[in-house]
Design a protein around this ligand. Structure first.
Ligand SMILES: Nc1ncnc2c1ncn2[C@@H]1O[C@H](COP(=O)(O)OP(=O)(O)O)[C@@H](O)[C@H]1O
Ligand SMILES: [Mg+2]
Length: 254
């Protein structure tokens, strides 16, 4: 088992207020790590720092042994652009709101980045994109536009789009939060199937039953710090910290 992602002592402030405080975590290959916690606790900021959409103020960010950022005297110093580009090729990100290109067909949404960024041939990329659509149960939607699809279908396209880049690790930021409850299940099933195929994933979710089933490791965040982390049988079933207990109780009452 190899360590695909390591974040050490991550710090991040916005306008002088600290949103992430000395936060460290590791993701091993084939592991599913879920991040749970109340709204505003810094989960999205952590994912955005991990995926280079935000810069950390301090800390290390290491993908499969390659440094994206290294802490030097309390400051995160980022690697040169070529190295960051290499790191960007290692992960994919699925957003809450799908973020598909509205004026592109489903197929083109999936093919765009592998062709432009990875410079792979159209023929190869199209074959792979169609196989991914098939895997997502969307083989007949290749020529549709996003507005013609349900939210659940759009989210499956955005998962296919992320997978088309062959990431080593896939991040999800509340992938079902924008969906009606009856569409949530189809996305959770897709993520479960990826977990069965040993895809390494980091998932921010409010679906506690899902997090308990699918995760190898659960991180509970509150106020920009990790309050506790461990296997789901500990953190979700037998939390040791008062704040975790309260959070889980609130989630059950919803
Ligand atoms: N770009 C930003 N500018 C200023 N404050 C931000 C920004 N992004 C997030 N925050 C603040 O950081 C805190 C954590 O937000 P976020 O990471 O979105 O939490 P979560 O995803 O757990 O709900 C919140 O107080 C939020 O208002
Ligand atoms: Mg968020």
């Amino acid at each position: 088992m190899s360590r695909l992602l390591e974040i050490n002592h991550c710090r991040k402030s916005f306008d002088g207020s600290e949103v992430l405080t000395d936060l460290s975590l590791c993701v091993e290959s084939s592991q599913v790590l879920s991040i749970i916690g109340p709204s505003g606790s810094g989960k999205s900021t952590l994912l955005r720092c991990a995926t280079l959409l935000e810069t950390m103020d301090g800390g290390d960010l290491i993908y499969d042994g390659t440094y994206a950022a290294r802490d030097m005297g309390g400051r995160a110093v980022y690697a040169p652009p070529a190295q960051l580009q290499k790191v960007r090729g290692m992960f994919g990100l699925v957003f809450q709101n799908f973020n598909l290109f509205p004026h592109y067909t489903v197929l083109k949404n999936i093919m765009e980045a592998p062709m432009l960024v990875q410079k792979r041939s159209r023929k190869e990329v199209e074959a792979e994109a169609r196989a991914l659509l098939d895997q997502m149960g969307l083989a007949d939607k290749a020529d549709a536009y996003p507005f013609q699809l349900s939210g659940g279908q759009q989210q499956r396209v955005s998962i296919a789009r992320a997978l088309a880049m062959n990431p080593k690790i896939l991040f999800f930021d509340e992938p079902t939060s924008a969906l009606d409850p009856e569409l949530t299940g189809e996305i959770l099933r897709v993520i479960r199937a990826l977990a069965e195929r040993k895809m390494t994933m980091v998932i921010v979710t409010h679906e506690m039953a899902f997090a308990r089933d699918v995760s190898d490791w659960v991180v509970f965040m509150n106020g920009g710090v990790i309050i506790e982390q461990g296997p789901p049988a500990e953190v979700i079933d037998h939390p040791g910290q008062e704040r975790t207990i309260q959070f889980l109780r609130r989630m059950r009452e919803q």
